[in-house]
Design a protein around this ligand. Structure first.
Ligand code: DC
Length: 221
């Protein structure tokens, strides 16, 4: 089985690019952020604090997460319920970033992520895929762009979905998540030593995809 790991900060275009890449290679695209988001979602639904370790840990035994691929699109089932759309809000982004700092959460999600790599050819995106989850991935890409570029892309996406946000709030949120994700003690966001750095600052998504495809083609085929 072949695995491609794509890591990088929020808003770097990981999911868009990983999806296109997976479609082109006919691999399965696995979005691991959705798993952390689902845990954040559950904790909030329970009226608990996603930033409080004891609150989050007490929820884990009640949580069952399953990924299904329907028409090539990943769906996350939380205790049997499809929460794929509900986890896509700014509140759930921040909740995911908070719960992801707790070792028990990372341990809880480790096997589910690994099991896909054993069964399928995959493109998996996240923060620690190349460093921790799939250290033997055939190709590791660290995808990044300036915070301003990332915020602009995220802002445009949210406006398109009809969400009520300002660019400044999106930038602030993103900087806070960057800080959380790179400063946590366990599996912080950082490039794997053997990763290829792809910086998409100033590029459109299509140009970014072209850049990644060049890297992939030189390694995979
Ligand atoms: O990729 P995303 O924006 O959906 O991820 C949401 C949060 O989940 C992110 O801020 C950090 C956390 N995360 C993580 O810690 N490790 C991963 N492999 C994926 C996401």
């Amino acid at each position: 089985m072949i695995s491609i790991a794509i890591d990088g900060p929020a808003g770097a275009g990981k999911s868009t690019m990983a999806k296109k890449l997976a479609a082109k290679l006919q691999y399965i695209y696995v979005d691991t952020g959705a798993l952390y988001r689902s845990i954040g979602y559950y904790v909030i639904q329970k009226g608990k604090d996603p930033g409080l370790e004891t609150d989050v840990e007490s929820c884990l035994p009640e949580i069952q997460i399953e990924l299904q691929f329907i028409d090539n699109t990943q769906h996350v089932f939380l205790n049997g319920e499809d929460v794929s759309d509900r986890i896509r809000t700014a509140e759930m982004s921040m909740a995911a970033s908070k719960v992801s700092a707790f070792p028990a959460v990372r341990k809880f999600l480790f096997d589910i992520q690994r099991s896909f790599a054993k069964k399928y050819n995959i493109v998996m995106d996240g923060r620690d895929i190349g460093t921790v989850v799939l250290p033997n991935a055939k190709l590791k890409i660290f995808l990044t762009a300036s915070a301003e570029d990332r915020a602009k892309r995220r802002y445009d996406e949210m406006i398109e979905k009809g969400q009520d946000v300002t660019y400044e709030a999106v930038l602030e949120d993103l900087k806070q998540r960057d800080y959380n994700d790179t400063h946590r003690e366990i599996s912080p966001l950082k490039p794997a030593e053997d990763s290829v750095l792809v910086d998409t600052t100033g590029l459109t998504l299509d140009e970014g995809v072209m850049k990644i495809l060049e890297v992939v083609e030189s390694v995979i085929h």
